[in-house]
Design a binder for this molecule. Sequence first.
Ligand SMILES: CC(=O)SCCNC(=O)CCNC(=O)[C@H](O)C(C)(C)COP(=O)(O)OP(=O)(O)OC[C@H]1O[C@@H](n2cnc3c(N)ncnc32)[C@H](O)[C@@H]1OP(=O)(O)O
Ligand SMILES: O=C([O-])CC(=O)C(=O)O
Length: 371
Amino acid sequence: MTATKGLEGIVATTSSISSIVDGVLTYRGIDIDDLAENASFEEVAYLLWYGKLPTQSELDGLVNQLGEYAAIPSQVIEQLKLYPKDTNTMAALRTAISSLALYDASAQDMSPEANLNKAIKLQAQLPTIVAAFARIREGKEPVAPKSGVSVAHNFLYMLTGQDPDDIAVKALDQALVLHADHELNASTFAARVTVATLSDIYSGVTSAIGALKGPLHGGANEAVMVMLEEIGSFDKVESTINEKLANKEKIMGFGHRVYKNGDPRAKHLQKMSRELGKLTGSMELYEMSVKIEELVTGQKGLKPNVDFYSASVYTTLGIARDLFTPIFAISRVSGWTAHILEQYENNRLIRPRAEYTGPVNQKVTPIAERK
Ligand SMILES: CC(=O)SCCNC(=O)CCNC(=O)[C@H](O)C(C)(C)COP(=O)(O)OP(=O)(O)OC[C@H]1O[C@@H](n2cnc3c(N)ncnc32)[C@H](O)[C@@H]1OP(=O)(O)O
Ligand SMILES: O=C([O-])CC(=O)C(=O)O
């Protein structure tokens, strides 16, 4: 038995949800470029769960269902009020999502209908939790969700209590489309491993949130913003990045386990970052990001991933840095739950082996003789 570090290149399951072949990402066979330009996040979520794009009445039905399910139990709101105000937002989200299961009478119902219904419920409630915690920590009351509006609209509305403008909704909606699914990334794998024991969907999503939180995965979007803030201004980009590269520091938002010639989602976020910068009259973050890309790609050959330009996009939309990874989760819960449903459909326990590298032929030394 020989281990492959990080399971690189190992094909661990079959899936008909999304694929990456020769650098092209598709959801259910549709190119991400097509979806990014021509589909809303709700259409994409429907596509991931049901395997086809919705008709208008199916889409209206889903939007209504998401609105109907978006309110969270009052007990969960009360718990959010007890969390330390300065706690990590992904830790808060992980705990709150886990606690949702306590108030869902269908949490342990393993029928396919109940699980699909819970997938839609999780999609509806996750943004409400993020927005509620964002307000509670600022000493404000949560804003109740609206019905009949998109996930992007509702989230921005619940954050501020004001209906967002169309530009902000369109940008966030496209970002949600781009983040919705990504084959067997670490958080999706964590979700599948969890539910392959026949544990419930809330356990699967809780595991996934824990995996997404790390800076090598979804946490990188926040880490990119930390780096941009640390650099501070365009004129400091070159010296700071050169120093980081000379010190062999990782540049957050660059590199990818699967894409070696570039992440097809990054160009859409780059364009969005440029357009939002122009519209708001503040281009500095965009220009700093472009300069960082020029230096990192030029010197290391590494290309930006989905997390890189999303940092300047969300900041230009006025969103706090520590909500970036929770926003990733708002989108990716569609993909996690689609994978969980697929795992249940054709389940087998996921249990690989480890190549043992420890000592052999050891004996129990009497405790008095141990050092
Ligand atoms: C949504 C997502 O999850 S997208 C990924 C988000 N994560 C990040 O942006 C964090 C920064 N990037 C990284 O850490 C990595 O590129 C990963 C984790 C995404 C992929 O990692 P792996 O496939 O394991 O590549 P690995 O870390 O082994 O890197 C290979 C080489 O490239 C270098 N490298 C990879 N990414 C970077 C980076 N961002 N900055 C500098 N060097 C890098 C490594 O140091 C390593 O160099 P070496 O061979 O000289 O030691
Ligand atoms: O696929 C990966 O390893 C990480 C990634 O880009 C994602 O989850 O969107």
